[in-house]
Design a protein around this ligand. Structure first.
Ligand code: URA
Length: 237
């Protein structure tokens, strides 16, 4: 379907409609190789090649990014005092309506999905879907083998909240691989607190069958493939 050029650019980038119009007037936009000055040119996203600052825009209804969240940024779209996960997104990936699908604490690192697809995020976060999240928790001391059984039985938090059955696998160096299907506030830290341990570092490594790409350093982000996007809803092996 044909669309006005300014509207199309604005829908595919972080630019507002006004900013898109200015970019067109400033000759930063080409359509099929020609610099265009008419903001209302009818453009067909399927057949026309539109570039902004030399970069081709490919039409996408929604975007899905995998971020290796660093410590020290908050999982929010804006914050008056703190740096957010959107603040660290490289300019070309910014787009209106992007938000983090779920939250990690400010000091938690690892896999965070950013998208502008509200239905997808809702499905992923819905308690009914039971999407497993996997974390590596580093504890203040070597854990006792009994924690595995306690996770399996279901841990009751300090305030009496009962957690569903989860899994804990003890790794080396006081680290534990934890799998839970819920997303209660500070859940992993509170589960360990209920067992008498303090979590000194927490990294999310997997959601469903989607693993954090080991090639992404903390703070790095990349677009997910369609398969990766769907793998969130596949149970981990
Ligand atoms: N559990 C926590 O305690 N913190 C997180 O960031 C995620 C899960």
């Amino acid at each position: 379907m044909k669309e006005r050029l300014d509207k199309y650019i604005s829908s595919q980038t972080a630019l507002s409609r006004k900013e898109a119009q200015k970019a067109i007037r400033d000759k930063r936009v080409t359509v099929n190789g020609e610099v265009i000055r008419a903001v209302d040119l009818k453009t067909d996203p399927d057949s026309d090649t539109v570039t902004l600052d030399g970069q081709a825009l490919s039409f996408k209804k929604h975007v899905y990014y995998m971020l290796n969240k660093p410590a020290g940024v908050v999982s929010a779209t804006e914050d008056r005092a703190e740096k957010t996960v959107l603040d660290i997104l490289p300019e070309p990936l910014r787009r209106k309506g992007i938000f983090p699908a779920g939250r990690l604490d400010k000091d938690t690192t690892g896999l965070l999905i950013l998208t502008d697809d509200g239905d997808y995020a809702h499905r992923m976060l819905s308690p009914k879907k039971h999407v497993d999240k996997r974390y590596i928790a580093t504890l203040d001391r070597t854990p006792d083998d009994s924690i595995c059984e306690r996770f399996h039985e279901g841990i009751t938090l300090g305030d009496g909240t009962a957690c569903k059955s989860g899994q804990a696998e003890i790794l080396v160096n006081s680290r534990v691989l934890v799998t839970i299907s819920e997303g209660k506030y500070h859940q992993v830290k509170r589960m360990f607190a209920a067992l008498g341990y303090r979590v000194t570092a927490l990294e999310r490594v997997q959601i469903g069958s989607l693993r954090l790409d080991p090639a992404l350093s903390p703070g790095e982000v990349r677009e997910m493939t369609d398969d990766e996007k769907d793998s969130v809803f596949v149970d981990p092996i």
